[in-house]
Write a protein that binds this ligand. Structure first.
Ligand SMILES: C[S@@+](CC[C@H](N)C(=O)[O-])C[C@H]1O[C@@H](n2cnc3c(N)ncnc32)[C@H](O)[C@@H]1O
Length: 238
């Protein structure tokens, strides 16, 4: 599959409001302080890590792992351009918080437990692993028909992943992160054009142009919608 290049490239997902609201959610669900060690698997441009570093005045720069090395990354984190498994295999550090945000569906189903267990082994004594995926019951991502079909397939995979994890770990906590998005249709169409989400990566030009027209007809000039995520939290101590 081609790489995802524009997920958090000046979209609401890298906006100040989104990042601040997301960090608030993290801090609410995991006590963190300036000594905390944090890892983000599939960190993208590292905007979340960068902001958390400055907000908590972390002594140690957080670490982010991704297959893609973006030019406009945040400066306040240590970036490792590598596959998650490769990093976890050679890593010797323990982390108080490991985030896997909207990334776990990139892994094959038969590797999910290996990944989750490996992260669990990498947690410090009171560490937490937080896995985020789209909350299909609440999320209102604007789509065109073919995109919606792909999204449904992706939701099914997410649901299988969550089931697999929850049957293999005790005391998993479920939380929800909700964010109200207000975006100009023009800007959202530019995101679609740049294939911001992985379900768009395999569409050809014709399909994309048809989809853009569908969105123009279906949504107003300013689009308001809810972006909602399910968070599974696995604690080391449970
Ligand atoms: C949808 S983006 C999410 C980025 C970020 N977590 C966020 O929510 O803003 C998924 C990211 O996972 C990365 N990724 C996919 N497979 C990976 C792997 N095997 N190892 C490390 N990163 C991976 C992709 O390159 C992409 O940047």
């Amino acid at each position: 599959m081609p790489h995802l290049k524009n997920w958090d490239n000046r979209t609401w997902l890298s906006s100040k409001e989104y990042i601040e609201s997301f960090i608030k959610f993290l801090i609410k669900n995991k006590k963190l302080n300036k000594d905390s060690h944090i890892l983000d698997i599939g960190c993208g441009r590292g905007k979340i890590l960068g902001k958390i570093k400055t907000k908590l005045k972390l002594k140690n720069k957080p670490i982010g792992v991704d297959l893609v090395n973006h030019k406009n990354k945040d400066r306040n984190f240590i970036f490792k351009k590598t596959d998650a498994f490769r990093f976890l295999k050679i890593n010797k550090k323990k982390f108080d918080l490991i985030i896997i945000k909207q990334t776990i569906h990139f892994f094959p189903l038969n590797k999910i437990l290996k990944l989750t267990k490996s992260c669990h082994n990498t947690l410090s004594e009171n560490g937490k692993l937080m896995i985020f995926s789209i909350n299909e019951k609440q999320s209102q991502i604007p789509t065109f028909n073919k995109m919606q079909n792909k999204l449904q397939i992706s939701y099914k995979k997410d649901s299988k992943i969550r089931k697999k994890i929850s049957t293999n770990f005790n005391n998993i906590k479920y939380n929800f992160f909700n964010f109200k998005v207000k975006i100009k249709q023009k800007l959202y169409l530019a995101m679609i054009r740049k294939r911001y989400i992985s379900i768009l990566l395999k569409f050809n030009e014709k399909e994309l142009i048809k989809g853009i027209q569908e969105i123009k007809n279906r949504y107003p000039n300013i689009i308001n919608f809810k972006d909602s995520l399910i968070c599974l939290t696995i604690s080391k101590s449970d």
